[in-house]
Design a protein around this ligand. Structure first.
Ligand SMILES: *Cc1c(COP(=O)(O)O)cnc(C)c1O
Length: 281
């Protein structure tokens, strides 16, 4: 499983200046592209946040992106989070950034929490499917799980969050394209599921997430994004308990960012445009 992890030391912290420069150029290009898409869609500058999708990238590459202006990251696999979290947190702290969640316990915890309160927070999200037996590994590190797509998985997360005495952010993932290879709940069940998830203890339903249809036809891709936006609006106007925070629309990747921004995305998840093609999947 995940054979690429045998080929690449994900905890590596050093990048040469050429690679760092390429990543920095990528970040600036992406931020410019988002600003252009916001403007073309008549949306306010800064209304769309950039999440760097960091799967297969090592600590040094991710820090180069943070040094160039990335302020939110997302990982797909718990194994990668485990391999990178310690290095990322330490290097972020050196720069005055508090990455993700830090449930410090024991002596010095209060002082550490106070110190973090003064730092700029860099949210750390899970954007891939999370197996039940991996929940315990990621909860101490991440703020938000974007890939919750069933009541069962939300209930599991809820129990673990309550046991830790924390509140974890969740996005409901919706399979707007209906492609069999994609996870996510059916669009028809999203509103009801959101109401059920919203009331679970230990969770804050922060919005919806989708992966755009894998087709050439931009109209089709946009339809899916537009439907996710209408679903979000329907959830908010339902005024069901626990749904008032369901505001985020995490949609748009390297190849369909502009379409997603045009349809109301609040978070775009970009990997390739920042770091280049992935050598591993
Ligand atoms: C990899 C990934 C992205 C980023 O994809 P790119 O095409 O590299 O921009 C976004 N969302 C999810 C869920 C991903 O797994």
């Amino acid at each position: 499983m995940t054979a690429y992890m045998d080929h690449k030391d994900l905890a590596n912290e050093t990048v040469d200046s050429q690679r760092a420069g390429k990543i920095s150029d990528g970040v600036h290009r992406v931020l410019d592209g988002i600003a252009e898409a916001e403007s073309a869609a008549g949306r306010d500058a800064g209304s769309v946040k950039l999440l760097a999708a960091t799967k297969t990238r090592d600590v040094g590459e991710i820090m180069a992106a943070i040094d160039a202006g990335v302020r939110m990251i997302g990982e797909n696999r718990p194994q990668e989070i485990q391999a990178k979290a310690e290095g990322l947190r330490r290097l972020c702290a050196q720069r005055g950034f508090a990455l993700g969640r830090d449930d410090a316990v024991g002596s010095g915890a209060a002082a550490a929490a106070e110190e973090r309160a003064d730092m700029v927070h860099i949210p750390f999200h899970v954007i891939g499917q999370l197996q039940a037996n991996k929940i315990g590994k990621v909860l101490p590190v991440v703020d938000t799980i974007e890939s919750v797509d069933s009541l069962l998985s939300a209930e599991r997360l809820s129990r673990r969050a309550v046991a830790r005495g924390i509140t974890v952010g969740v996005l409901l993932e919706v399979n707007e394209s209906g492609e069999k290879t994609k996870s996510g709940c059916s669009p028809a069940s999203a509103v009801e599921l959101a109401g059920q998830i919203g009331v679970l203890d230990g969770l804050e339903l922060q919005g919806l997430m989708t992966i755009g249809a894998n087709v050439e036809d931009e109209k089709k891709v946009r339809e899916g994004f537009a439907h996710l936006r209408r679903t979000r609006d329907q959830i908010l106007s339902s005024a069901e308990p626990g749904t008032s925070s369901c505001k985020e629309l995490s949609m748009g990747m390297t190849h369909d960012m502009a379409a997603a921004v045009a349809e109301g995305s609040t978070v775009v998840r970009m990997g390739t445009a920042i770091f280049g093609e992935r050598a591993f999947i």
